[in-house]
Design a protein around this ligand. Structure first.
Ligand code: BES
Ligand code: ZN
Ligand code: ZN
Length: 505
């Protein structure tokens, strides 16, 4: 799709007017006067509630658009509200759009905002409009299977005041990179488990690397065995399909005398989690195809960072496998030796994420020693019990990392909320026969999982763990049943951009 930026109106098929409640009467009066539509009725009928939509048809010739679409952004507009409103609008109305879609930031009342604020709004709005075209129905026979977007507007024209143009241009570029990366994540997480095995996840990473510009190595089962990744191999034992260990590296173009921060990311890549021998008994087992959402997010972050040419070094690691029961499967009671050499008594084979992450984290730490390490994993149902769908659980002992990730979460709408890593919680994962056990009992399940991971960081001073089980795959207006949210890409890209502006991790 073509995306333009203009500082004066031109003819478009549909023009979207974002309307905040505070400016509602003024904006409606203005457009009533311009189009000849009845002002009192507009004010009576359109309250500018968040996501409220009114489609108006001005008399031909009276107005440079055949459709005028009022879009409510509610009482307190924020980039997040704008993103949601545009996504909902395009999602609901895309069958109407075929020509050009204009988005109007020209007539909005505009306080003297700084360019960061402005670009935040435009970026969010554009991301929403692009994501609104996302189409879940890839496996319907009527679907071409090539495109993950439904037919929608042929082009988008963003009308902004002249002084917003430089910030606006950058914002639209960011939005396109982020939307492309997020749509890849949506595709991966929504993919059925027979269409996305560990090896296929590896190939998807390679494709992303090729198209965005980062390097990808996928270790095969033999190489994983040779490296001694006992956690990943243990989880893989019950599966008929081989595991994969994905390593991605993004290096910014060399600029003399610049030291780039090196950030390491690890994502859980369980392509289907049956629980293994500790088989899950839930009726929604099919949703566990989303247990690689952390891994997909890491691929998405590498992709977006490379497309945006961010001035940071990134290493992404995704241990990938299914968790299945069969005669060869890992048993409750088995003791395994992980890549780090730490032995684990497996008490519950459904606590498999931490076993593969243990290898991913230790591998990253030992081979790359990044300045900061962040992992994303759909790790525990307990995270959902603590926080519901409103935030991911954040664990870190590093105050600066906590502050930066929390801020990025507020800005991007991908919120995180911190839970403690007190050593009190070590008690419940002590094993009588091995270094540690993989199950700490029902109390504080998200925390004991994080304490388990911590043991594989070998005291790294800047590690954060994000338990995204509650936010990665949710009910939404965009699908019947649960679907991927793409959680993590916006959050971490905002965090990484922050590093390029201010020192530290
Ligand atoms: N992948 C699950 C957590 C999960 C459950 C994510 C449902 C999304 C939706 C994880 O591997 C798991 O099974 N966790 C167990 C941990 C327990 C055995 C310690 C859980 O949360 O019940
Ligand atoms: Zn599990
Ligand atoms: Zn799992």
């Amino acid at each position: 799709m073509k995306i333009h930026l203009q500082d004066s109106y031109s003819e478009v098929e549909s023009l979207v007017l974002p309307v905040a409640q505070s400016a509602r009467e003024q904006i409606l009066a203005h457009w009533a006067a311009t189009t000849g539509l009845p002002a009192e009725l507009l004010v009576q009928d359109f309250k500018a509630e968040h996501k409220e939509i009114a489609v108006l048809y001005p008399r031909e010739g009276s107005f440079p658009a055949r459709r005028l679409i009022l879009l409510g952004v509610g009482e307190r507009p924020s980039p997040e509200k704008l993103r949601q409103a545009l996504r909902a609008l395009v999602h609901q109305q895309k069958s109407r759009f075929s020509g050009s879609l204009g988005i109007d930031f020209l007539s909005a009342s505009r306080p003297a905002e700084n360019s960061d604020v402005i670009s935040g709004y435009i970026q969010a709005a554009c991301e929403g409009a692009l994501l609104g075209q996302y189409d879940l129905g890839r496996w319907k026979t009527a679907h071409s299977k090539k495109e993950h977007t439904a037919p929608g507007p042929a082009e988008m024209v963003w009308f902004v005041p002249r002084e917003w143009k430089p910030a606006g241009k950058e914002a639209l570029e960011r939005a396109q990179a982020l939307a492309a990366a997020q749509m890849r994540v949506l595709d991966l997480v929504n993919a059925p488990p027979n269409h996305l095995t560990a090896e296929m996840l590896g190939r998807a990473a390679q494709e992303a690397g090729k198209s965005a510009g980062f390097s990808v190595t996928v270790l095969s089962k033999k190489e994983i065995e040779a490296a001694g990744m006992g956690g990943l191999l243990a989880v893989n034992r019950g599966s008929a399909l081989p595991p994969a260990f994905i390593i991605m590296e993004y290096q910014p173009a060399e600029k003399a005398a610049q030291k780039y921060p090196k950030i390491g990311l690890v994502g859980k890549g369980v392509t289907f989690d049956s629980g293994g021998i500790s088989l899950k008994t839930i009726p929604t087992l099919h949703y566990l195809k989303s247990d690689m959402a952390g891994g997909a997010a890491v691929i998405g972050v590498l992709e977006a960072a490379a497309r945006l040419q961010l001035a940071v070094q990134l290493i992404g690691v995704v241990p990938a496998t299914e968790n299945m029961p069969d005669g060869a499967a890992l048993r409750p009671g088995d003791v395994i030796t992980t890549y780090a050499g730490i032995t684990v008594e497996v008490e519950d084979t459904d606590a498999e994420g931490r076993l593969i992450l243990a290898d991913g984290l230790a591998y990253l730490k030992r081979n790359f020693n990044p300045d900061a390490i962040i992992d994303l994993a759909t790790l525990t149902g307990a995270a959902t019990i603590s926080l519901g769908n409103a935030a991911a659980a954040l664990f870190t002992q590093n105050e600066e990392l906590a502050a930066r990730l929390s801020l990025a979460g507020e800005k991007t709408g991908e919120r995180v909320w911190r839970l403690p890593l007190w050593d009190d919680y070590n008690k419940s994962i002590e094993s009588a026969i091995a270094d540690v056990k993989n199950y700490g009992g029902p109390p504080a399940g998200a925390i004991t999982a994080a304490k388990f991971l911590e043991k594989f960081l070998e005291g790294h001073p800047a590690w954060a763990h994000l338990d995204i089980a509650s936010v990665a795959f949710t009910d939404s207006e965009f699908s019947a049943g649960k679907s991927s949210t793409g959680f993590g890409v916006r959050l971490l890209i905002d965090y990484l951009i922050g590093l390029t502006v201010r020192d530290g991790v």
